[in-house]
Design a protein. Structure first.
Ligand code: DGJ
Length: 388
């Protein structure tokens, strides 16, 4: 029923903007109880259609951009987000580092002109106003490694307290995603330039979507999709963060998950992932573990609020990072990408509040109530941080 309502609502909005939309001839099949993917197919088809008359609903135009000059501090998921110079922020598939030395946040991500031209870096004191610090690692450096069509995705940076270096890990690949490796780069400063140290297949396995996570005790881990995205692998990095240690665990085996984003609360580890559907959005899932090396247990879909179809598509986005809010234990920003496959450089950011608490609504595999607290990502058309 909700599927039909959404289609009607989309039709209503579009027709009141003088857009010519064919009226649905028959209600969509109500099969979503058994197959969420079937229920959301009409929405995904519209989303992926670059000529859809509903496109402005998924990718609102520049008139509604988030502009630091207006000082409102409102996040508007899916809207164009401008930096302090008035240019759209280019930090896709990114992550945020809080630098304790400068008390500044640094947002790193794919700087795209459709293809990735490097890793973009933006700095902020308030997580809303972002100043462009330039391209801190150029794709050219990676291109030199093999051939021109190399790809660079999902860069993440952590600080090594022992060596005093900022260390970046990223997914590097060829245009067919057959190289399936990680790249590593290093810098003395958060704003780079980063020196590319080369690529490798961690533990000898293919590696595509990935992230790194620095634990409270300074031990860092890599988590990557492997074995053709059928499972994730997790393992500690060496003390200098420049390589992996030999020990590795296979997790979420056979589940076909990607886009991992890891965080920790009161000694428990959480990981949000997506299914593997290319640039098309799908349903998010959270797993939890008492030890980061596993076992990991599924909690369920964290998305709440808004229409069911938006929840079933992670609000038309895909996880990339979960940022802890300093001074607000249990509160996080869920960072995700609303990919625009027709124009990847015009992909949008979906930042939403994430909270932990209360019993999970899901049952675990044995049918009993899950012992883990609920992880909730709340939909908001616009929202702001409590202290901003
Ligand atoms: C989904 C991944 O999460 C993205 O980073 C990107 O690799 C696309 N697939 C490519 O289709």
């Amino acid at each position: 029923m909700e599927g039909l309502l959404l289609m009607l609502q989309l039709y209503f909005v579009a027709s009141h903007r003088n857009v010519n939309v064919p009226q649905p001839s028959a209600p969509p099949p109500l099969r979503h109880k058994h197959s969420p993917q079937a229920a959301i197919k009409p929405l995904i088809d519209e989303f992926l259609d670059a000529n859809s008359p509903l496109r402005h609903l998924f990718f609102p135009d520049i008139k509604s951009a988030i502009h630091p000059a207006n000082g409102s501090h409102y996040y508007r998921p899916g809207h164009i987000w401008l930096d302090t110079q008035g240019n759209p922020i280019q930090a896709h598939g990114g992550g945020v580092l809080y630098d304790e030395t400068s008390h500044t946040y640094y947002w790193y991500g794919e700087y795209r002109q459709v293809g990735v031209i490097g890793v973009g870096c933006y700095s902020s004191k308030d997580l809303w106003t972002w100043q462009n610090q330039g391209i801190v690692l150029s794709a050219q450096q990676i291109n030199n490694e093999t051939h021109k069509s190399n790809m660079l995705e999902r860069p993440k940076v952590i600080y090594n307290d022992k060596t005093g270096k900022y260390v970046m890990w990223m997914h590097v690949d060829d245009v067919h995603y057959r190289k399936a490796a990680v790249g590593i780069a290093i810098s003395d400063r958060p704003t780079g330039p980063f020196q590319y140290l080369g690529s490798r297949r961690p533990h000898g396995f293919d590696s595509r979507d990935m992230t790194i996570f620095k634990d409270d005790n300074g031990v860092a881990y890599i988590i990557y999709s492997s074995k053709m995205n059928t499972e994730l692998h997790i393992g500690p990095l060496t003390e200098d963060y420049l390589d992996v240690k030999p020990n590795m665990r296979r997790i979420l085996v056979g589940q076909r998950r990607e886009a991992p984003a890891v965080f920790k609360y009161q000694g428990t580890y959480y990981m949000i992932t997506s299914a593997c559907t290319g640039w098309a959005p799908n349903e998010a899932k959270v797993d939890a573990a008492e030890s980061i090396m596993g076992p990991w247990e599924t909690i369920g879909d964290p998305c709440i609020g808004g229409k069911e179809m938006f929840r079933l598509t992670t609000f038309l986005s895909q996880s990339t990072f979960v940022l802890p809010l300093l001074g607000l234990p249990g509160s996080y920003i869920f960072m995700a990408d609303r990919w625009n496959p027709a124009e990847l450089n015009d992909s949008r950011y979906v930042w939403l509040p994430l909270a932990i608490g209360g019993p999970s609504l899901e049952s675990n595999s044995s049918g009993s109530q899950s012992p883990w607290p609920r992880v909730s990502i709340h939909w908001h058309k616009k929202w702001r941080l409590p202290l901003s």
